[in-house]
Each structure stands twice: as C-alpha cells, then as structure tokens.
Design a protein around this ligand. Structure first.
Ligand code: HEM
Length: 523
C-alpha cells in the first residue's frame, strides 16, 4: 500500500472530529506544561517584588492574541504578507503605542512613539545595539559582516573604522562621480526612450540600481566598476543574493541549518558569492597597484581604510558586499518612489523643475566644471519631496535584542533578552504626528512644520550608534540622481497608487517595479 492510500484509509477510519479533538487536547497539554515550566522557572530565578514593580508596565502591555504554541505565537501573521503593513499601522491604534508579540519563541515589544524611538536609538548602552536573533536567523551565517549584525566590540570597532568614507569631506572628494554616473543614466534613458510624447518604461528600477551600484562602488571602493568587466557581474549577483535573503524570511524551514545547507538556495548563494568575491579581489588588486604607484594618493575609500587597519581580504569582501547590497536595496527604490509621487503630483514636480533649472543654470555653481557639491543644499523643494517619500515609505524596520534592560519612560522598562522592533512605517503613518497620513504633502517638511514635531517622529534612517551609516551618501545620491533625471525629463506614470501593493521583502517596496513614461523637456 502506498503512503497516500495509507493516509486516506487512516482519515476514513478516524472521523475529522476525532482528529481535531486529538489536536486540541495535545495543544492544551503543551500549553499547561509551558505555563508550569514558566512559573517554576520564575520561582527559581528569585523574581523579587522590586523586579515585579520594575517590569509591571511591561507585563501589562497589550497586543494581539498569540497562537497557543510559543514557537508560532503571533508568527502566523506572516502569512498575511500582503496585509502586514496595514496591520502594523493599525495595531498601535488598537493596543497602544508600545505592544507585545511573540514569534519564533521570542518575546517582542513593538515601539511606535517618537519618545520610545528616541529611547531606543539614542541609548548610549552597548547592551542596546545588537540587531539580535530575529535578524541573525535570517542572515546566512556564512556571510560574516561585523557592521551589520553583531553587537559588542567587533561592531564598535568596525563601525568606527568604516565611518570615514561616509564623512562630508570624503563624499565631497567624490562629487564628480555622483554626477558622472547620473549623466550616464540620463543618456541611457534618452537613447532608449526618445519618442515624441514620451515612451513607456518598465525597467527604470534596473537602470537606477546600476547607477547606484556604480556610484557606491566608486565612492566606497575607489574603483569605477565600469572599467572592469566585473561591474555587471557583481551587480546582477548582488541582486540574486538579496533575493535569497528575502526568501529566508518567508520560508522558515530554510532557517534550520541542515535544511539550509542541503537547499538549492544555499548552493545558489555559494555560487553567487564566489562570482562576487572574484570581482572584489580584482578591485583589491587594482587598489594595490594604485597605492604602489603613489603612496600619497589615498582617498578615504572603504577598502583603503580596511587595508590600513590590517583587515583580512575575505572580510573586506563581505563588508564591501554588505555595504553595496544595502545601498542597492535602498537608494534606487527611494528614487523610484520619489519619481512616482512626483508623477502623481505634477504641481510638486513643476516646483522641482523650476528649482533644479535655477540651480543648474547658475554659472556660479559650475566653477570646477561639475555642479558644486555645496549647490546641492539649494535643492530644498527636492529635499522635501525626498523626505515626504521616505515618510510614506521608510523602507526598513529597526530591530534590536536587548542585552540589558531598556527604559522607555518613567513606567515602562523592557527586560533583558526581549527583542525590540521599531517600524518607522507605523510611526510615520500615525495621524497624531502626520494628519491625513496617506496624503503626499512635501510641505510637512517646511522648516516651520518640522519644528512643531518631535525630532524622532521622522526616522527613515534611524539614528544613534546603529543608525544608517550611509545616510549622507544616500541623500547625495538621491538628490543628484533625481535632479539629473528631472533636469532632462518630465516624469509620468501609468500606474495609480491603488495599483501598487507594498510588501515587506525584506525592505518595504512595491510588489513589482513601477512603470513610468518619460518625456524629454524642451530646454
Ligand atoms: C534611502 C536610502 C537608505 C535608507 C532609507 C536607509 C535606512 C537604514 C536604516 C533604517 C538602517 C537601520 C538602522 C538601525 O538599525 O537603527 C540602516 C542601516 C544601515 N545602512 Fe542604510 N539606508 C539607506 C541607504 C544606505 C546606503 C546608501 C548605505 C551604504 C552605502 C547604507 C548602509 C547601511 C549600513 C551598513 C547599515 C547598518 C549600520 C549598522 O548596523 O551600524 N544605507 N539604513
């Protein structure tokens, strides 16, 4: 008898009601044992009344009812992938600004107020910087990055070392390359789409990714990857790698180490990493040749800084891949969405066009043959549009695992060991901070409006010890890429807001690339 016949005869001989009875009785027993164990452990750990008082507010936090098995808990919510964002916006309205969840055997507190965001991000304690088990489980352990996920000294030293290439001075030195690669992008757009009334374009995101990749690789690695045949290879494989990470979040069985190692995704990851590593090693070789030629020609690139600090070549590869990976998963999506909102709001696009024309046509901004670095500060309307885009879709969710208790306010202290999640998306969509939150309104970022809000009511880049290291680079990339495109084109879209479904994958993005129509501007 084959397996399916066996199953069929079993099901036929036991009524469905009987099966359900067995299932729920087992569940009930598991629950009773869990409760018993929890109370025994509590007694063992001498939970004194002081501690009870300290964590009283934490214990009383509300939250959605978990499934009775702790391993699943509220993790079942992940099956509503398409509605998760709506849920995370609605939950603080139902359960309060801070609420509790359990998933994957973890206690999780979700923070949704500017005050709570500030308490978490600006905590000076090293006990509050580790990204934690939720993220470590998804991130394949084979990719060893000190910047991205551990806490402690390793993180602290790496972060300090890698902060140099992101400083104002280093970025200013690379001013020409932001413009060079953005010009290449607009040339590609112009040759591809030279129709009279504009041409439909549904591969804009690919072109934006290539442009971001070229800018990041030149600013961070000091090598224009267009000069090596490896640039395309690296970029394509990086995309594959990011897809594999996203997959692990929604296929929990891939988080079990032995299943992961036997999976086709694991083999693919190895293949992809090998190809990328070859390109990075070539870049390192090029860098070595360059330093041999002139010891004084040391730009502050990531590779150079790591070399100087004696970091192993393998680790350099991982950190570079992580950095370029994060850049490619964030900046192009923001440019794409900023263009989308400007397409839907021609009045704001017109204001941007006028501002860009004024800045680009002013000879004072062209003393060195390339738009002056400081001239970017004059693009204030564009900056407000970028900020409003990042408010509506702030891309990332912030996660920490507390290694020491975290005080949120006078009442609420979250105990050590608990995971803390801070979704800027939910905060940015609360009407008490942003009235009519779904409305696109860049004027929310006029200086007089900003001063009315709590400074941590807008946190797309997070802040503090673990905030986005690439924030300044990202803002320059965003401004230059958008200004260069808008200088040459009028942007329209064939999609509506209702057409696009935003999902968490692993960053918050539309489930498919947005389709645009570009029309060459007269001047
Ligand atoms: C629109 C663009 C971007 C957005 C919205 C963004 C947002 C974020 C956020 C929210 C975090 C998490 C911070 C936390 O956990 O507290 C982060 C971390 C990070 N970002 Fe960005 N980012 C952007 C662009 C970039 C770029 C261009 C780079 C590098 C080239 C970069 C590199 C990183 C790195 C390495 C981390 C981890 C930092 C650490 O753990 O110390 N990001 N980013």
């Amino acid at each position: 008898m084959d397996t399916s016949t066996n199953i069929r005869s079993f099901v036929e001989s036991h009524s469905l009601r009987g099966l359900l009875l067995v299932f729920f009785t087992t569940l009930f027993l598991v629950r009773v044992v869990q409760r018993l164990l929890t109370s025994i452990l509590k007694e063992d750990s001498q939970t004194g009344s002081n501690e009870d008082d300290l964590y009283k507010a934490y214990k009383n936090l509300g939250g959605p009812r978990p499934f009775p098995l702790r391993l699943i808990g509220n993790g079942y919510l992940m099956i509503y992938k398409n509605d998760l964002l709506r849920m995370i916006v609605d939950m603080p309205r139902k359960y309060g600004a801070c609420y509790k969840l359990t998933a994957f055997n973890e206690d999780i507190v979700v923070l949704n107020s500017p005050e709570a965001a500030q308490a978490l991000m600006m905590s000076p304690s090293m006990g509050h910087v580790r990204r934690g088990r939720l993220m470590e489980r998804i991130w394949p352990e084979e990719i060893e990055s000190f910047i991205l996920y551990p806490g402690g000294e390793k993180f602290k030293n790496t972060r300090k070392m890698l902060s140099y290439p992101f400083k104002h001075k280093a970025l200013k030195e690379h001013n020409h390359c932001f413009h060079k690669h953005s010009e290449t992008l607009t040339k590609q757009l112009a040759t591809r789409f030279k129709g009279g009334d504009g041409v439909h374009i549904d591969i804009l995101l690919d072109l934006l990714k290539k442009c971001t990749f070229r800018i990041s690789s030149e600013t961070l690695m000091g090598v224009d990857l267009d000069d090596t045949e490896g640039g395309e290879v690296f970029c394509e494989n990086l995309d594959e790698l990011m897809k594999i990470f996203a997959l692990r979040a929604y296929r929990p069985w891939l988080l079990i180490p032995w299943i992961w190692r036997l999976s086709s995704e694991y083999r693919k990851m190895k293949e992809v990493c090998d190809k990328m590593e070859k390109v990075t090693l070539k870049v390192i070789e090029k860098y070595k040749e360059k330093t041999n030629l002139n010891q004084n020609d040391l730009s502050n690139t990531m590779i150079e800084v790591m070399f100087r600090n004696g970091v192993d070549e393998k680790l350099i590869f991982y950190e570079v891949a992580v950095m370029l990976g994060v850049a490619n998963e964030t900046t192009p999506l923001t440019v794409e969405q900023a263009m989308f909102f400007l397409s839907l709001h021609p009045n704001h696009q017109k204001l941007c066009h006028e501002e860009i024309d004024a800045v680009y046509n002013d000879p004072i901004n062209w003393k060195t043959g390339v738009l002056e670095f400081e001239a970017l500060k004059e693009l204030k309307q564009l900056e407000r549009c970028i900020n409003e885009t990042l408010r509506i879709n702030p891309l990332s969710i912030i996660m920490r695992q507390l290694e020491t208790p975290l005080r949120i306010d006078e009442k609420l202290v979250i105990p050590e060991g608990v995971s803390v999640v801070m979704p800027p998306y939910a905060l940015h969509h609360q009407p008490q901070y942003y009235p009519d939150p779904e409305k696109y309104d860049p004027d929310r970022f006029l200086p007089e409006e900003v001063t009315k809000r709590h400074p941590f009511a807008f946190v797309p880049f997070s802040a503090g010890q673990r905030g986005c290291i690439g924030m300044k680079l990202a803002m320059i990339e965003l401004k230059v890429m958008l200004a260069t495109i808008l200088r040459d084109f009028e942007v329209k879209t064939v999609d509506t807001k209702e057409d696009l479904k935003f999902v968490i994958d692993p960053t918050i993005k539309p489930s498919r690339p947005i389709r645009f129509m570009l029309k060459k501007r007269e001047n």
